[in-house]
Design a protein around this ligand. Structure first.
Ligand code: ZN
Length: 149
């Protein structure tokens, strides 16, 4: 008897459709049932409010969000580190970016007072938050050290 693998709802980075994927198959290169895009690209996703609702509130993956803005020097410095962390943390985590200038409603909803701020969400709930830039290894370690709710 083998235990059946739990099935997770994974939002597509391309069309934001929700896909049901067995947890054991996450690393096997799953593609979206609707648009055929890969469900994991190794890159952070830029999220607007609709994308945020799909990935953070409806998806089953923990989502690590980088709240940033284009004029913020430390944000731009951290961007390549966040890219590297995305490649390392997928498919256990989804990494996403919210431009607080382009989507001010999300920055306001989560009371983002300084950028960059990293916030880890699971099932729509904020689990942990870190303000200030981090390197790739520290981002990865920080994310993995949080207990998922
Ligand atoms: Zn899709």
């Amino acid at each position: 008897m083998t235990a059946s693998s739990p099935v997770l709802q994974i939002a597509c980075p391309g069309c934001h459709a929700l896909n049901r994927v067995p947890a054991a198959r996450l690393a096997d290169g799953p593609v979206c049932g609707r648009c055929k895009a890969p469900l994991f690209t190794g890159h952070p996703l830029a999220l607007d409010e609709a994308g945020f609702a799909r990935h953070v509130e409806q998806g089953d993956l923990p989502v690590l969000v980088d709240f940033w803005a284009p004029w913020c020097g430390p944000c731009r410095m951290m961007a390549p580190h966040f890219e590297t962390a995305a490649a390392r943390l997928e498919p256990a985590y989804r990494l996403a970016k919210v431009d607080t200038d382009a989507v001010p409603a999300l920055g306001a909803r989560y009371a983002i007072r300084s950028i960059p701020t990293l916030a880890l969400f699971h099932h729509g709930r904020e689990i942990a938050r870190h303000s200030g830039a981090m390197g790739a290894a520290d981002i990865e370690r920080w994310a993995r050290s949080q207990r998922l709710g």
